[in-house]
Design a protein around this ligand. Structure first.
Ligand code: BES
Ligand code: MN
Ligand code: ZN
Length: 457
């Protein structure tokens, strides 16, 4: 797979030499005077993002110096696949196994391009695998991130509920998992009324995707919001608000991505992935404001706004997930604009009442350079979801704390005893950074994989 790595190392690769800002003087002193003079003349300081190509006496490329700033090894090579000329390269750094693995992963993540509709410029560029790098880890993580990015980048016309289900089934087939899909009106018979209600306005039938893998070990269940396009339904979005909504299945892509890593690593767990896949559209069959719908769990829900659709489909999926009392239940969703107002595009919001789980997730996030930020399931706001006619309203009238209301809504469908975490994430890079090109992005995958490996691996 990964053609950004050379199949085997051979002589003649151009060394890539990372230099951290703090080490600059020491490192320059140890270089051949010609190279040190070149770097000084070029104004190289070791700052993040600096790339300095150095020639030999014949004027040929001899070395690539790259500024590491004071950053993690993860992103140090992240820009280079885009910026270096064609050729074969090798990392030359005093890195331990962990740092080599991270640098290789950054190279792989920075080599991604979305090529479905346009052939990439053919530039043959490859890195020799750093000798101590954990190749299998890099390959399965990069493969999962590429899958998430491809799914999220694909426009809604080419990725509806059926295509999302097909992607899940292809993943299941690859890893020997079982994947059932409940389609259209069968959702009513099988008691997924909220998934059905949200999806019924589209000519593309809604689905409940249910994948299971692994014969023994603790149960881990991943749930992902699979809104393939979110027009807002009858409470229609503005054109600016609607524009990016092909990515509203980002949560589903994340659930499948994390599942992919877990299955590729063959972790000793019983995995289940539940993805409600719908298109939130406007038609004569759409659900309406103030409709009341009985959920899978039995709680009735009054529709305050058809644009708060993600929490509705997740409610039925979470109720089902909760039934088998998993040892860990995680849901991923591009759930609210409010989470982005609070934390911006790069920081997913983490909600859980289980402090030990929160602390573990945050700790792994920091260790993996895969940050998240905890927000509260603030009980004081719960009455804001009360309805005058049903058990619950899907929105609060308050204009404040939108991400918290959405999370509190979900909480109604999960038992207090279930170790459940909810992640409200953007799934998109608003701008390019090393290893993270503008466009679709997998967020929290490294953090959660590390947590699961640590707890159950
Ligand atoms: N998919 C959106 C949330 C979203 C919007 C995520 C923009 C990322 C960027 C979600 O379905 C939605 O429309 N939420 C509404 C909820 C409101 C109607 C209570 C929102 O956040 O405005
Ligand atoms: Mn919406
Ligand atoms: Zn949505």
């Amino acid at each position: 797979m990964l053609d950004c790595f050379a199949p085997k190392p051979a002589p003649g690769a151009v060394p890539i030499v990372p230099i951290a800002k703090a080490d600059l003087k020491k490192r320059l002193d140890k270089l051949p005077p010609r190279q040190a003079a070149w770097l000084r003349a070029a104004g190289f300081t070791g700052a993040t993002g600096q790339v300095q190509l150095a020639p030999d006496e014949k004027g040929e490329l001899e070395k690539v110096f790259v500024g590491q700033g004071d950053d993690d090894a993860l992103w140090v090579l992240g820009d280079l696949p885009q910026r270096l000329p064609a050729g074969r390269y090798a990392l030359e750094a005093p890195y331990d196994k962990k740092q080599q693995t991270r640098a290789a992963l950054g190279w792989a993540l920075g080599s991604y391009a979305f090529t479905r509709y346009r052939k990439p410029e053919k530039k043959k560029i490859a890195l020799d695998w750093p000798r101590k790098a954990d190749r299998a880890h890099v390959e399965r993580m990069a493969e999962a991130v590429y899958m998430v990015r491809d799914l999220v980048n694909t426009p809604a016309a080419d990725l509806g509920p059926a295509e999302l289900a097909a992607a899940a089934q292809a993943l299941a087939l690859k890893h020997g998992a079982t994947c059932g899909v409940i389609v259209g009106d069968a959702l009513l018979k099988r008691n997924y009324p909220l998934v059905h209600a949200v999806g019924k306005g589209s000519v593309r039938a809604p689905r409940l995707i249910d994948m299971t893998w692994g014969a023994r070990g603790p149960r881990i269940t991943l749930v992902g919001k699979g809104v393939c396009f979110d027009s807002g339904g009858l409470d229609l979005k503005t054109s600016a608000g609607m524009k990016m909504m092909k990515k509203d299945m980002g949560g589903a892509a994340h659930a499948l991505g994390l599942a992919s890593v877990i299955m590729a690593a063959k972790l000793p767990v019983r995995l289940r992935v539940l993805v409600p896949a719908v298109e939130n559209m406007v038609s004569g069959k759409s659900y309406r404001p103030l409709d009341v719908i009985a959920s899978r769990k039995g709680l009735t829900v009054e529709i305050g706004n058809t644009d708060a659709e993600g929490r509705l489909i997740l409610a039925d999926a979470l109720a089902e997930a909760d039934r088998d009392k998993p040892a860990l239940l995680i849901d991923f969703a591009t759930l609210t604009g409010a989470a982005r107002v609070a934390l911006g595009p790069d920081l997913p919001a983490l909600f859980t009442d289980h402090d030990d789980l929160a602390n573990d997730i945050l700790r792994h996030g920091a260790a993996e350079a895969d940050p998240l930020w905890r927000l509260p399931l603030w009980r004081g706001y719960r009455q804001g979801l009360d309805s005058k006619v049903a058990d619950l309203n899907n929105i609060s009238e308050s204009g404040f704390a939108g991400a918290i209301y959405a999370a509190l809504f979900l909480k109604e469908f999960v038992s207090d005893s279930t170790p459940w975490a909810h992640l409200d994430l953007f799934a998109w890079n608003a701008r390019s950074r090393p290893g993270r090109p503008e466009g679709a992005e997998a967020m929290t995958l490294r953090a959660l994989y590390a947590l699961i490996e640590d707890r159950f691996g």
